[in-house]
Design a protein around this ligand. Structure first.
Ligand SMILES: Cc1cc2nc3c(=O)[nH]c(=O)nc-3n(C[C@H](O)[C@H](O)[C@H](O)COP(=O)(O)OP(=O)(O)OC[C@H]3O[C@@H](n4cnc5c(N)ncnc54)[C@H](O)[C@@H]3O)c2cc1C
Ligand code: FES
Length: 367
C-alpha cells in the first residue's frame, strides 16, 4: 500500500515535471522570433532580436517616440506609421485611433511586438529627441500635493526646447517598485535658460513616478529623462489667447508666459486657473506679476469649493461660465488648455459652443 502511494507520487511528479519542461522549451521556441530588421523612413536600418515592443526596440536604439503613459496603451502619443510587418490591428489600439489613422497604417508603437521585419515611418523631428542626465538642484513644496523640481543638466549640458513642451522622466527601481517607468512632465521654465529645467509634479496616490518624486527624490540626486516632446507651444499669430489650466497644468503655461515676457508680446491674453480651495493655489503672486509685464494680460484664479474660513474674495464656481466675459472675439481667439482629461473635454466643448474655432484649441491632457 505504502509502496504504491510512493509510486503514484513519483509518477505524478515525473509527468508534471515533463510537462513543465515541454512548456519551457515550447515557449522558448515559440517566442524566438530570431533577428528582425526595422527599416525607419527608408534611411536607417536596425537589427535586433525579435520579441520586444516596437516602442522599446526603438528606444533601445536611442530613438525616442513619445510615450507619455509609459507604454500602458492609454495616451496614444506613441502613434507611428507601420507600413509593413505590424500584424493585424489590436483591440487595445482601436480606441485611440481615428478611422483615417487606421486606414493610413497608423499604429501604437507600445502595443506592437516586433516578430518579423518591420517598415515604419516617423517624423524626422523624432531623431532630435534624446536622453539627458541631470542633478536635482532644488525641490520646493508649492502645495500639500504639488512640488516644483529644478534639474541642472549634466550630459548633455544644455537642452533646446519650445515653451510648452514636455519631457519623460525615467524612474529607477525603488522601494517595492521593481519596474522602471517613464512618465511625461511639462517643462515649466523658460527655454531661455537651457542649462536647467523646472518641472511641477502633483502627487497621485499609489502613482509610481509621483510617489518616487514626492517621497524618495532628494536634492543632489541624479536623474534622467528623454525629450523634448509635444506640440503644445504657442502659435506665432496675432490672435487673442486664452489659457486655461488646473492643478499641475500650470506648468507649460508658466513656461510660455516666462518665454513671452522675455521676447515681448502685445497680444491680448487671459489666464483662468481652476482649483478647489485656497490650499490648491500656488505661484499666484508670480502669475499676477505678469499683469505688470504684458500690455493686456489678466490672471484669474477660480475656486470651485473655497472653505468659508478662507474668506476667498475671488471668483467661485467653474471656469466655463467666465468665458463669455473674457473672450471678446471668439473667432479670433486661440485657446491653450492643460490639465485632467475631464477638465479638457468640458472646457473644449464650452469654447466651441462660444465660437472659438476647433482647430485653434490646443491642449495637453494629463491623462
Ligand atoms: C503630455 C503630458 C504632460 C504631463 N505633464 C504633467 C505635469 O507637468 N505635471 C504632473 O504632475 N503631471 C503631468 N502629467 C501626468 C503624468 O505623466 C503622470 O501620468 C502622473 O504624474 C501619474 O504618474 P504616476 O507614475 O505617479 O502614476 P501611475 O503609476 O501611472 O498611476 C497610478 C494610478 O493612478 C491613476 N492616475 C494616473 N494619473 C492620474 C492623475 N493625474 N489623476 C488621478 N489618477 C491618476 C492611474 O490610473 C493608476 O491607477 C502629464 C501627462 C501628459 C500626457
Ligand atoms: S505609450 Fe501611451 S499609448 Fe503607447
Amino acid at each position: 500500500m505504502f509502496v504504491s502511494i510512493i509510486q503514484d507520487i513519483g509518477i505524478t511528479s515525473l509527468v508534471s515535471g515533463g510537462l513543465a519542461l515541454i512548456l519551457v522549451i515550447a515557449q522558448r521556441y515559440l517566442n524566438d522570433y530570431g533577428d528582425c530588421k526595422i527599416d525607419i523612413n527608408g534611411k536607417r536600418l536596425i537589427t535586433l532580436k525579435g520579441g520586444s515592443s516596437l516602442l522599446n526596440a526603438l528606444s533601445e536604439n536611442q530613438i525616442f517616440i513619445p510615450s507619455a503613459c509609459g507604454g500602458k496603451g492609454s495616451c496614444g502619443t506613441c502613434k507611428c506609421q507601420v507600413l509593413e510587418g505590424g500584424g493585424p490591428l489590436l483591440p487595445t489600439e482601436k480606441p485611440l485611433l481615428t478611422t483615417k489613422e487606421m486606414t493610413g497604417n497608423v499604429r501604437l508603437a507600445c502595443q506592437i511586438k516586433v516578430k518579423s521585419d518591420v517598415r515604419i515611418h516617423i517624423p524626422e523631428s523624432i531623431f532630435n529627441i534624446r536622453r539627458f542626465q541631470g542633478v536635482v538642484s532644488k525641490i520646493e513644496d508649492y502645495t500639500y500635493d504639488i512640488k516644483g523640481v529644478i534639474i541642472t543638466l549634466t550630459e548633455p549640458e544644455t537642452i533646446d526646447f519650445k515653451a510648452g513642451q514636455y519631457v519623460q522622466l525615467e524612474t529607477p527601481i525603488y522601494a517595492k517598485v521593481r519596474q522602471k517607468v517613464g512618465r511625461a512632465y511639462s517643462i515649466s521654465s523658460d527655454p531661455g535658460n537651457d542649462r536647467q529645467i523646472q518641472l511641477i509634479i502633483r502627487y497621485v496616490p499609489e502613482g509610481i513616478c509621483t510617489t518616487w518624486v514626492h517621497q524618495y527624490l532628494n536634492e543632489g540626486d541624479q536623474i534622467s529623462f528623454t525629450g523634448p516632446y509635444g506640440d503644445f507651444f504657442i502659435r506665432d499669430t496675432s490672435a487673442d489667447m486664452i489659457f486655461v489650466a488646473g492643478g499641475s497644468g500650470k506648468a507649460p503655461i508658466k513656461s510660455i508666459l516666462e518665454y513671452l515676457s522675455r521676447v515681448g508680446t502685445t497680444r491680448r491674453m487671459r489666464y483662468l486657473f481652476g482649483a478647489r480651495t485656497c490650499k490648491d493655489l500656488y505661484l499666484t503672486g508670480e502669475m499676477h506679476a505678469f499683469e505688470q509685464v504684458f500690455d493686456d494680460f489678466e490672471y484669474i484664479p477660480v475656486l470651485s469649493k473655497p472653505c468659508p474660513e478662507e474668506n476667498w474674495q475671488g471668483r467661485i464656481g467653474y471656469v466655463m461660465p467666465v468665458f463669455p466675459e473674457l473672450i471678446t472675439d471668439p473667432a479670433n481667439t486661440e485657446a491653450y488648455l492643460c490639465g485632467s482629461p475631464a477638465m479638457i473635454e468640458s472646457v473644449k466643448k464650452a469654447l466651441i459652443e462660444l465660437g472659438v474655432p476647433k482647430d485653434r484649441i490646443y491642449y495637453d491632457s494629463f491623462g
